[in-house]
Design a protein around this ligand. Structure first.
Ligand SMILES: *Cc1c(COP(=O)(O)O)cnc(C)c1O
Length: 477
Protein backbone atom coordinates (compact mmCIF):
# COMPACT_ATOMS: atom_id res chain seq x y z
CA UNK A 1 0.00 0.00 0.00
CA UNK A 2 1.33 3.48 -0.79
CA UNK A 3 1.73 6.10 1.93
CA UNK A 4 -0.96 8.12 0.17
CA UNK A 5 -3.47 5.30 0.40
CA UNK A 6 -2.57 4.67 4.06
CA UNK A 7 -3.09 8.29 4.98
CA UNK A 8 -6.35 8.48 3.02
CA UNK A 9 -7.69 5.49 4.97
CA UNK A 10 -7.23 7.52 8.13
CA UNK A 11 -9.51 10.16 6.56
CA UNK A 12 -12.44 7.76 6.39
CA UNK A 13 -15.25 8.79 8.78
CA UNK A 14 -16.01 6.72 11.87
CA UNK A 15 -19.26 4.80 12.30
CA UNK A 16 -20.44 7.44 14.78
CA UNK A 17 -19.74 10.26 12.38
CA UNK A 18 -21.71 8.52 9.63
CA UNK A 19 -24.58 7.75 11.99
CA UNK A 20 -24.89 11.47 12.80
CA UNK A 21 -25.65 12.39 9.16
CA UNK A 22 -29.21 13.10 8.10
CA UNK A 23 -29.27 10.17 5.67
CA UNK A 24 -28.21 7.69 8.36
CA UNK A 25 -30.62 9.13 10.94
CA UNK A 26 -33.48 8.73 8.49
CA UNK A 27 -32.37 5.22 7.57
CA UNK A 28 -32.32 4.32 11.28
CA UNK A 29 -35.87 5.64 11.58
CA UNK A 30 -37.05 3.58 8.63
CA UNK A 31 -35.27 0.33 9.40
CA UNK A 32 -34.19 0.48 13.08
CA UNK A 33 -30.86 1.55 14.52
CA UNK A 34 -29.34 -1.93 14.64
CA UNK A 35 -29.78 -2.58 10.91
CA UNK A 36 -28.63 0.95 10.09
CA UNK A 37 -25.36 0.60 12.05
CA UNK A 38 -24.67 -2.77 10.42
CA UNK A 39 -25.28 -1.29 6.98
CA UNK A 40 -23.01 1.66 7.74
CA UNK A 41 -20.22 -0.73 8.82
CA UNK A 42 -20.60 -2.61 5.52
CA UNK A 43 -20.58 0.63 3.53
CA UNK A 44 -17.45 1.77 5.40
CA UNK A 45 -15.77 -1.53 4.56
CA UNK A 46 -16.53 -1.00 0.85
CA UNK A 47 -15.26 2.59 1.09
CA UNK A 48 -12.05 1.32 2.73
CA UNK A 49 -11.48 -1.15 -0.11
CA UNK A 50 -12.18 1.53 -2.70
CA UNK A 51 -9.69 3.87 -1.02
CA UNK A 52 -7.05 1.10 -0.93
CA UNK A 53 -7.64 0.63 -4.64
CA UNK A 54 -6.69 4.22 -5.17
CA UNK A 55 -10.17 5.68 -5.52
CA UNK A 56 -11.08 8.80 -3.57
CA UNK A 57 -12.00 8.73 0.08
CA UNK A 58 -15.76 8.76 0.71
CA UNK A 59 -17.07 11.29 3.23
CA UNK A 60 -19.64 10.56 5.92
CA UNK A 61 -22.54 11.64 3.75
CA UNK A 62 -21.55 9.40 0.84
CA UNK A 63 -21.13 6.40 3.16
CA UNK A 64 -24.52 7.09 4.78
CA UNK A 65 -26.23 7.37 1.41
CA UNK A 66 -24.70 4.10 0.23
CA UNK A 67 -25.79 2.37 3.45
CA UNK A 68 -29.34 3.78 3.22
CA UNK A 69 -29.68 2.73 -0.43
CA UNK A 70 -28.55 -0.79 0.39
CA UNK A 71 -30.99 -0.98 3.31
CA UNK A 72 -33.90 0.28 1.25
CA UNK A 73 -33.16 -2.32 -1.41
CA UNK A 74 -32.98 -5.10 1.21
CA UNK A 75 -36.25 -3.99 2.76
CA UNK A 76 -38.17 -4.37 -0.49
CA UNK A 77 -40.53 -7.36 -0.27
CA UNK A 78 -39.35 -10.37 -2.23
CA UNK A 79 -42.89 -11.05 -3.39
CA UNK A 80 -43.26 -8.07 -5.67
CA UNK A 81 -46.17 -6.89 -7.77
CA UNK A 82 -45.43 -6.80 -11.50
CA UNK A 83 -47.17 -5.70 -14.68
CA UNK A 84 -48.12 -8.91 -16.47
CA UNK A 85 -47.75 -7.92 -20.13
CA UNK A 86 -46.82 -11.43 -21.23
CA UNK A 87 -50.17 -11.92 -22.94
CA UNK A 88 -50.85 -14.97 -20.77
CA UNK A 89 -53.83 -14.08 -18.61
CA UNK A 90 -53.54 -16.92 -16.08
CA UNK A 91 -49.77 -17.05 -15.77
CA UNK A 92 -48.83 -19.65 -13.15
CA UNK A 93 -45.43 -18.05 -12.53
CA UNK A 94 -47.09 -14.66 -12.05
CA UNK A 95 -49.69 -15.88 -9.57
CA UNK A 96 -52.54 -16.94 -11.91
CA UNK A 97 -55.85 -15.15 -11.26
CA UNK A 98 -55.90 -11.53 -10.09
CA UNK A 99 -58.62 -11.38 -7.46
CA UNK A 100 -61.81 -9.34 -7.53
CA UNK A 101 -62.05 -6.32 -5.22
CA UNK A 102 -64.82 -8.06 -3.26
CA UNK A 103 -62.48 -11.00 -2.63
CA UNK A 104 -59.63 -8.71 -1.59
CA UNK A 105 -61.89 -6.89 0.89
CA UNK A 106 -63.21 -10.15 2.31
CA UNK A 107 -59.69 -11.56 2.73
CA UNK A 108 -58.52 -8.35 4.40
CA UNK A 109 -61.44 -8.43 6.86
CA UNK A 110 -60.69 -12.05 7.66
CA UNK A 111 -57.09 -11.13 8.44
CA UNK A 112 -57.90 -8.12 10.56
CA UNK A 113 -60.24 -9.55 13.17
CA UNK A 114 -61.66 -12.72 14.66
CA UNK A 115 -64.16 -14.42 12.37
CA UNK A 116 -66.75 -17.15 12.73
CA UNK A 117 -64.65 -19.68 10.82
CA UNK A 118 -65.76 -22.88 12.50
CA UNK A 119 -68.43 -21.41 14.69
CA UNK A 120 -72.17 -21.77 14.29
CA UNK A 121 -73.53 -18.35 15.18
CA UNK A 122 -77.11 -19.65 15.48
CA UNK A 123 -76.43 -22.41 17.96
CA UNK A 124 -73.26 -21.00 19.50
CA UNK A 125 -71.53 -24.31 18.91
CA UNK A 126 -68.59 -25.49 16.86
CA UNK A 127 -69.30 -25.33 13.13
CA UNK A 128 -67.69 -26.56 9.90
CA UNK A 129 -65.46 -24.22 7.91
CA UNK A 130 -66.53 -25.74 4.58
CA UNK A 131 -70.15 -24.84 5.33
CA UNK A 132 -69.29 -21.23 4.55
CA UNK A 133 -69.12 -21.99 0.84
CA UNK A 134 -70.94 -25.31 0.49
CA UNK A 135 -74.31 -23.82 -0.41
CA UNK A 136 -72.80 -21.48 -3.00
CA UNK A 137 -70.95 -24.35 -4.68
CA UNK A 138 -74.10 -26.48 -4.70
CA UNK A 139 -76.11 -23.63 -6.21
CA UNK A 140 -73.53 -22.85 -8.90
CA UNK A 141 -72.80 -26.45 -9.95
CA UNK A 142 -76.04 -28.32 -9.33
CA UNK A 143 -74.13 -30.90 -7.29
CA UNK A 144 -75.51 -32.54 -4.14
CA UNK A 145 -72.61 -31.52 -1.97
CA UNK A 146 -69.21 -29.84 -2.09
CA UNK A 147 -65.94 -29.52 -0.26
CA UNK A 148 -62.74 -27.54 -0.69
CA UNK A 149 -59.01 -28.17 -0.27
CA UNK A 150 -55.71 -26.40 -0.89
CA UNK A 151 -55.60 -26.77 -4.68
CA UNK A 152 -56.87 -29.05 -7.41
CA UNK A 153 -53.82 -31.31 -7.20
CA UNK A 154 -54.79 -31.94 -3.56
CA UNK A 155 -58.40 -32.48 -4.59
CA UNK A 156 -57.40 -35.22 -7.05
CA UNK A 157 -55.05 -36.83 -4.53
CA UNK A 158 -57.71 -36.81 -1.83
CA UNK A 159 -60.43 -38.24 -4.09
CA UNK A 160 -58.14 -41.04 -5.28
CA UNK A 161 -57.02 -41.83 -1.76
CA UNK A 162 -60.57 -41.89 -0.44
CA UNK A 163 -62.21 -43.94 -3.19
CA UNK A 164 -59.39 -46.01 -4.66
CA UNK A 165 -56.80 -46.72 -1.95
CA UNK A 166 -55.74 -50.34 -2.39
CA UNK A 167 -57.99 -50.54 -5.42
CA UNK A 168 -57.75 -49.79 -9.12
CA UNK A 169 -58.20 -46.41 -10.78
CA UNK A 170 -59.06 -46.78 -14.45
CA UNK A 171 -57.85 -44.03 -16.80
CA UNK A 172 -57.59 -43.64 -20.55
CA UNK A 173 -54.02 -43.56 -21.90
CA UNK A 174 -54.99 -40.38 -23.72
CA UNK A 175 -55.59 -38.65 -20.38
CA UNK A 176 -52.49 -39.58 -18.36
CA UNK A 177 -51.37 -36.03 -18.21
CA UNK A 178 -48.54 -34.12 -16.66
CA UNK A 179 -49.28 -30.65 -15.41
CA UNK A 180 -46.41 -28.27 -14.75
CA UNK A 181 -44.59 -28.63 -11.44
CA UNK A 182 -44.24 -32.44 -11.29
CA UNK A 183 -47.95 -33.22 -11.13
CA UNK A 184 -48.12 -36.44 -13.12
CA UNK A 185 -51.28 -38.42 -12.95
CA UNK A 186 -49.56 -41.85 -12.66
CA UNK A 187 -47.40 -40.63 -9.76
CA UNK A 188 -50.35 -39.06 -7.99
CA UNK A 189 -52.12 -42.41 -8.25
CA UNK A 190 -49.21 -44.21 -6.61
CA UNK A 191 -49.02 -41.65 -3.80
CA UNK A 192 -52.76 -41.97 -3.28
CA UNK A 193 -52.33 -45.72 -2.86
CA UNK A 194 -54.32 -46.51 -6.00
CA UNK A 195 -53.22 -48.93 -8.70
CA UNK A 196 -53.31 -47.33 -12.12
CA UNK A 197 -55.06 -49.29 -14.83
CA UNK A 198 -54.46 -47.73 -18.22
CA UNK A 199 -56.99 -48.36 -20.93
CA UNK A 200 -57.16 -47.62 -24.67
CA UNK A 201 -54.33 -46.02 -26.60
CA UNK A 202 -52.87 -42.55 -26.68
CA UNK A 203 -55.20 -41.39 -29.43
CA UNK A 204 -58.25 -43.63 -29.10
CA UNK A 205 -60.16 -45.05 -26.17
CA UNK A 206 -63.49 -46.84 -26.65
CA UNK A 207 -66.28 -47.90 -24.24
CA UNK A 208 -65.21 -51.53 -24.49
CA UNK A 209 -61.71 -50.58 -23.26
CA UNK A 210 -63.21 -49.38 -20.00
CA UNK A 211 -65.67 -52.27 -19.80
CA UNK A 212 -62.94 -54.86 -20.15
CA UNK A 213 -60.85 -53.18 -17.47
CA UNK A 214 -63.56 -53.08 -14.79
CA UNK A 215 -62.90 -55.99 -12.44
CA UNK A 216 -63.63 -56.76 -8.79
CA UNK A 217 -60.80 -54.44 -7.62
CA UNK A 218 -62.05 -51.39 -9.50
CA UNK A 219 -62.22 -48.35 -7.23
CA UNK A 220 -63.18 -45.70 -9.72
CA UNK A 221 -62.97 -44.50 -13.29
CA UNK A 222 -61.12 -41.23 -13.65
CA UNK A 223 -61.75 -38.91 -16.54
CA UNK A 224 -59.18 -36.15 -16.87
CA UNK A 225 -59.84 -33.03 -18.88
CA UNK A 226 -56.74 -32.82 -21.07
CA UNK A 227 -56.56 -29.16 -20.37
CA UNK A 228 -53.00 -28.42 -21.48
CA UNK A 229 -52.86 -30.28 -24.78
CA UNK A 230 -55.15 -31.70 -27.42
CA UNK A 231 -55.05 -34.94 -29.33
CA UNK A 232 -56.20 -34.22 -32.85
CA UNK A 233 -56.73 -36.27 -35.97
CA UNK A 234 -57.66 -39.96 -35.66
CA UNK A 235 -58.83 -39.83 -32.09
CA UNK A 236 -61.69 -41.01 -29.93
CA UNK A 237 -62.64 -40.59 -26.30
CA UNK A 238 -65.66 -41.71 -24.36
CA UNK A 239 -67.68 -38.62 -23.48
CA UNK A 240 -68.73 -37.93 -19.91
CA UNK A 241 -72.37 -38.97 -20.20
CA UNK A 242 -71.62 -42.30 -21.88
CA UNK A 243 -68.80 -42.99 -19.46
CA UNK A 244 -71.03 -42.26 -16.47
CA UNK A 245 -73.68 -44.68 -17.78
CA UNK A 246 -71.03 -47.34 -18.36
CA UNK A 247 -69.50 -46.85 -14.89
CA UNK A 248 -72.82 -46.88 -13.07
CA UNK A 249 -74.00 -50.01 -14.89
CA UNK A 250 -71.02 -51.73 -13.27
CA UNK A 251 -71.35 -50.05 -9.90
CA UNK A 252 -68.13 -48.01 -10.19
CA UNK A 253 -67.99 -44.27 -9.47
CA UNK A 254 -66.88 -41.83 -12.16
CA UNK A 255 -64.62 -38.95 -11.16
CA UNK A 256 -64.10 -36.10 -13.61
CA UNK A 257 -60.99 -33.97 -13.06
CA UNK A 258 -61.92 -30.85 -15.02
CA UNK A 259 -58.72 -28.97 -14.22
CA UNK A 260 -59.60 -25.39 -14.88
CA UNK A 261 -63.30 -25.88 -14.53
CA UNK A 262 -65.39 -22.86 -15.30
CA UNK A 263 -68.70 -22.09 -13.65
CA UNK A 264 -70.11 -20.24 -16.64
CA UNK A 265 -70.38 -20.79 -20.37
CA UNK A 266 -67.39 -18.86 -21.71
CA UNK A 267 -68.84 -18.78 -25.22
CA UNK A 268 -71.17 -16.03 -23.92
CA UNK A 269 -68.01 -13.90 -23.65
CA UNK A 270 -66.68 -14.68 -27.10
CA UNK A 271 -64.39 -17.47 -25.91
CA UNK A 272 -64.37 -21.12 -26.91
CA UNK A 273 -66.68 -23.39 -24.95
CA UNK A 274 -64.92 -25.07 -22.03
CA UNK A 275 -66.90 -27.78 -20.23
CA UNK A 276 -68.55 -26.21 -17.17
CA UNK A 277 -68.69 -27.87 -13.79
CA UNK A 278 -72.50 -27.95 -13.95
CA UNK A 279 -72.31 -29.81 -17.30
CA UNK A 280 -69.91 -32.38 -15.86
CA UNK A 281 -72.25 -32.89 -12.90
CA UNK A 282 -75.30 -33.11 -15.15
CA UNK A 283 -73.48 -35.64 -17.33
CA UNK A 284 -73.46 -37.96 -14.34
CA UNK A 285 -69.98 -37.73 -12.86
CA UNK A 286 -70.12 -38.74 -9.21
CA UNK A 287 -67.39 -36.30 -8.32
CA UNK A 288 -65.93 -33.34 -10.20
CA UNK A 289 -62.67 -31.63 -9.23
CA UNK A 290 -61.50 -28.18 -10.38
CA UNK A 291 -59.18 -25.29 -9.52
CA UNK A 292 -59.98 -22.03 -7.77
CA UNK A 293 -57.36 -19.85 -9.44
CA UNK A 294 -57.67 -20.81 -13.08
CA UNK A 295 -60.72 -19.78 -15.13
CA UNK A 296 -62.77 -19.37 -11.97
CA UNK A 297 -60.69 -16.30 -11.14
CA UNK A 298 -60.36 -16.79 -7.38
CA UNK A 299 -57.58 -17.71 -4.98
CA UNK A 300 -55.68 -20.98 -5.09
CA UNK A 301 -58.08 -23.76 -4.09
CA UNK A 302 -59.32 -27.15 -5.19
CA UNK A 303 -63.03 -27.90 -5.22
CA UNK A 304 -64.66 -31.31 -5.07
CA UNK A 305 -68.38 -31.40 -5.83
CA UNK A 306 -70.80 -34.28 -6.30
CA UNK A 307 -72.39 -37.20 -4.50
CA UNK A 308 -73.25 -36.46 -0.86
CA UNK A 309 -72.14 -39.82 0.57
CA UNK A 310 -68.80 -39.63 -1.26
CA UNK A 311 -68.18 -36.07 -0.12
CA UNK A 312 -68.90 -37.22 3.45
CA UNK A 313 -66.28 -39.98 3.08
CA UNK A 314 -63.81 -37.46 1.70
CA UNK A 315 -64.40 -35.14 4.64
CA UNK A 316 -63.73 -38.02 7.06
CA UNK A 317 -60.38 -38.83 5.41
CA UNK A 318 -57.60 -37.65 7.78
CA UNK A 319 -55.69 -36.37 4.74
CA UNK A 320 -58.38 -33.74 4.30
CA UNK A 321 -57.19 -32.03 7.48
CA UNK A 322 -53.70 -31.68 5.99
CA UNK A 323 -55.11 -30.00 2.89
CA UNK A 324 -57.59 -27.63 4.43
CA UNK A 325 -57.96 -24.03 3.34
CA UNK A 326 -57.20 -21.15 5.69
CA UNK A 327 -59.57 -18.37 6.69
CA UNK A 328 -58.05 -15.78 4.36
CA UNK A 329 -58.64 -17.86 1.30
CA UNK A 330 -62.04 -19.08 2.43
CA UNK A 331 -63.12 -15.46 2.71
CA UNK A 332 -61.82 -14.72 -0.78
CA UNK A 333 -63.42 -17.86 -2.21
CA UNK A 334 -66.80 -17.01 -0.72
CA UNK A 335 -66.71 -13.48 -2.12
CA UNK A 336 -65.57 -14.70 -5.55
CA UNK A 337 -68.28 -17.35 -5.77
CA UNK A 338 -70.93 -14.79 -4.78
CA UNK A 339 -70.05 -12.74 -7.87
CA UNK A 340 -71.18 -15.65 -10.02
CA UNK A 341 -74.74 -15.23 -8.73
CA UNK A 342 -74.95 -12.05 -10.84
CA UNK A 343 -73.65 -13.17 -14.25
CA UNK A 344 -74.59 -9.89 -15.97
CA UNK A 345 -72.02 -7.97 -13.93
CA UNK A 346 -69.46 -10.74 -13.64
CA UNK A 347 -67.14 -9.52 -16.40
CA UNK A 348 -67.04 -6.07 -14.85
CA UNK A 349 -66.17 -7.42 -11.40
CA UNK A 350 -63.97 -10.44 -11.99
CA UNK A 351 -60.56 -9.41 -13.39
CA UNK A 352 -59.88 -12.81 -14.99
CA UNK A 353 -63.06 -12.68 -17.01
CA UNK A 354 -62.64 -8.98 -17.76
CA UNK A 355 -59.15 -9.63 -19.14
CA UNK A 356 -60.24 -12.67 -21.12
CA UNK A 357 -63.25 -10.90 -22.60
CA UNK A 358 -61.48 -7.64 -23.50
CA UNK A 359 -61.96 -6.84 -27.17
CA UNK A 360 -59.09 -6.27 -29.56
CA UNK A 361 -60.28 -2.75 -30.44
CA UNK A 362 -60.17 -1.66 -26.83
CA UNK A 363 -56.65 -3.06 -26.40
CA UNK A 364 -55.47 -1.55 -29.70
CA UNK A 365 -56.72 1.88 -28.60
CA UNK A 366 -54.75 1.52 -25.40
CA UNK A 367 -51.65 0.59 -27.41
CA UNK A 368 -52.01 3.77 -29.48
CA UNK A 369 -52.43 5.84 -26.31
CA UNK A 370 -49.26 4.43 -24.74
CA UNK A 371 -47.08 4.16 -27.84
CA UNK A 372 -45.43 7.56 -27.61
CA UNK A 373 -44.57 7.22 -23.91
CA UNK A 374 -43.15 3.74 -24.42
CA UNK A 375 -41.07 4.85 -27.42
CA UNK A 376 -39.74 7.83 -25.46
CA UNK A 377 -38.83 5.65 -22.47
CA UNK A 378 -37.08 3.07 -24.65
CA UNK A 379 -34.92 5.81 -26.15
CA UNK A 380 -33.56 6.51 -29.62
CA UNK A 381 -31.82 3.18 -30.05
CA UNK A 382 -35.19 1.42 -30.17
CA UNK A 383 -38.28 1.81 -32.28
CA UNK A 384 -41.72 1.07 -30.94
CA UNK A 385 -44.79 0.10 -32.92
CA UNK A 386 -48.40 -0.68 -32.03
CA UNK A 387 -49.12 -4.21 -33.19
CA UNK A 388 -51.83 -6.84 -33.26
CA UNK A 389 -50.85 -9.93 -31.32
CA UNK A 390 -52.39 -13.00 -29.73
CA UNK A 391 -52.87 -13.62 -26.01
CA UNK A 392 -53.21 -16.95 -24.32
CA UNK A 393 -55.48 -18.00 -21.49
CA UNK A 394 -52.73 -19.89 -19.66
CA UNK A 395 -52.67 -22.43 -16.83
CA UNK A 396 -53.47 -25.09 -19.36
CA UNK A 397 -56.97 -23.81 -20.02
CA UNK A 398 -58.05 -23.91 -23.68
CA UNK A 399 -54.46 -24.44 -24.93
CA UNK A 400 -55.35 -24.20 -28.61
CA UNK A 401 -57.26 -21.04 -28.12
CA UNK A 402 -55.61 -17.66 -28.66
CA UNK A 403 -57.31 -14.33 -28.10
CA UNK A 404 -56.81 -11.54 -30.67
CA UNK A 405 -55.03 -8.83 -28.74
CA UNK A 406 -52.94 -5.71 -29.14
CA UNK A 407 -49.68 -4.44 -27.82
CA UNK A 408 -46.47 -2.59 -28.42
CA UNK A 409 -43.43 -4.19 -30.05
CA UNK A 410 -40.07 -2.61 -29.24
CA UNK A 411 -37.14 -3.39 -31.55
CA UNK A 412 -33.51 -2.27 -31.59
CA UNK A 413 -32.81 -0.09 -34.63
CA UNK A 414 -29.35 -1.57 -35.17
CA UNK A 415 -29.23 -5.08 -36.59
CA UNK A 416 -25.93 -5.91 -34.83
CA UNK A 417 -26.36 -7.47 -31.40
CA UNK A 418 -30.12 -7.30 -31.72
CA UNK A 419 -30.84 -10.33 -29.58
CA UNK A 420 -28.65 -8.98 -26.80
CA UNK A 421 -30.23 -5.53 -26.98
CA UNK A 422 -33.73 -6.98 -26.70
CA UNK A 423 -32.66 -9.03 -23.69
CA UNK A 424 -31.07 -5.94 -22.13
CA UNK A 425 -34.28 -3.98 -22.61
CA UNK A 426 -36.32 -6.81 -21.12
CA UNK A 427 -33.95 -6.82 -18.14
CA UNK A 428 -34.25 -3.04 -17.74
CA UNK A 429 -38.04 -3.36 -17.68
CA UNK A 430 -37.74 -6.04 -15.00
CA UNK A 431 -35.64 -3.64 -12.90
CA UNK A 432 -38.38 -1.00 -12.79
CA UNK A 433 -39.97 -0.19 -9.40
CA UNK A 434 -42.90 -2.32 -10.57
CA UNK A 435 -41.22 -4.79 -12.92
CA UNK A 436 -42.79 -4.99 -16.38
CA UNK A 437 -42.81 -8.52 -17.80
CA UNK A 438 -43.26 -8.78 -21.55
CA UNK A 439 -42.35 -11.53 -23.98
CA UNK A 440 -39.66 -11.75 -26.63
CA UNK A 441 -40.90 -12.66 -30.10
CA UNK A 442 -39.30 -12.27 -33.54
CA UNK A 443 -36.42 -10.13 -32.32
CA UNK A 444 -38.73 -7.71 -30.51
CA UNK A 445 -39.92 -7.22 -26.98
CA UNK A 446 -43.70 -7.41 -27.09
CA UNK A 447 -45.85 -5.82 -24.40
CA UNK A 448 -49.31 -7.37 -24.71
CA UNK A 449 -51.67 -4.89 -23.07
CA UNK A 450 -54.63 -7.23 -22.46
CA UNK A 451 -54.04 -7.34 -18.69
CA UNK A 452 -53.00 -3.71 -18.20
CA UNK A 453 -55.55 -2.12 -15.87
CA UNK A 454 -53.52 0.63 -14.23
CA UNK A 455 -52.48 2.77 -17.18
CA UNK A 456 -51.43 5.79 -15.08
CA UNK A 457 -49.37 3.60 -12.76
CA UNK A 458 -47.72 2.01 -15.78
CA UNK A 459 -46.77 5.40 -17.24
CA UNK A 460 -45.41 6.73 -13.94
CA UNK A 461 -43.40 3.55 -13.49
CA UNK A 462 -41.99 3.78 -17.03
CA UNK A 463 -40.30 7.10 -16.27
CA UNK A 464 -37.69 5.23 -14.23
CA UNK A 465 -36.61 3.15 -17.24
CA UNK A 466 -32.89 3.11 -18.01
CA UNK A 467 -32.71 1.18 -21.25
CA UNK A 468 -28.93 1.43 -21.82
CA UNK A 469 -27.94 -1.92 -23.32
CA UNK A 470 -25.42 -3.99 -21.38
CA UNK A 471 -22.83 -3.36 -24.12
CA UNK A 472 -22.53 0.34 -23.23
CA UNK A 473 -22.26 -0.44 -19.54
CA UNK A 474 -19.48 -2.95 -20.29
CA UNK A 475 -17.66 -0.36 -22.36
CA UNK A 476 -17.98 2.25 -19.62
CA UNK A 477 -16.54 0.06 -16.89
C1 LIG B 1 -54.34 -27.50 -13.35
C2 LIG B 1 -54.84 -28.89 -13.26
C3 LIG B 1 -54.68 -29.64 -12.07
C4 LIG B 1 -53.97 -29.07 -10.88
O1 LIG B 1 -54.68 -27.99 -10.36
P1 LIG B 1 -53.97 -26.96 -9.35
O2 LIG B 1 -55.09 -26.11 -8.87
O3 LIG B 1 -52.94 -26.25 -10.11
O4 LIG B 1 -53.39 -27.78 -8.24
C5 LIG B 1 -55.16 -30.92 -12.05
N1 LIG B 1 -55.78 -31.47 -13.12
C6 LIG B 1 -55.95 -30.78 -14.27
C7 LIG B 1 -56.63 -31.44 -15.42
C8 LIG B 1 -55.49 -29.48 -14.38
O5 LIG B 1 -55.65 -28.79 -15.52
Amino acid sequence: MTDDATSSLRDLPSVDEVMRTAAATEAAERHGRELAVAAVRRALQSAREAARGGEGVADARAVATAAATALDREARPKLRPVFNLTGTVLHTNLGRAVLAEAAIEAATRAMRQAIALEFDLDGGRRGERDNLIRDLLIELTGAQDATVVNNNAAAVLLVLNTLAKGREAIVSRGELIEIGGAFRMPEIMTRAGARLVEVGTTNRTHPRDYEEAIGPRAGLILKVHTSNYRIEGFSAEVEGRALAALAHARGVPLVNDLGSGTLIDLSAFGLAHEPTVAEAVADGADLVTFSGDKLLGGPQAGFIVGDRAMIARINRNPMKRAMRVDKIRLAAIEATLRLYRDPARLAARLPTLRHLARGQDDIAAQARRLLFAVAAAAGPRFEAEAIACASQIGSGALPQETLPSGGIAIRPRAARGRGRDVEALAAALRRLPVPVIGRVADGALVLDLRCLDDEDGFLANLRALDPAPARDKDAAS
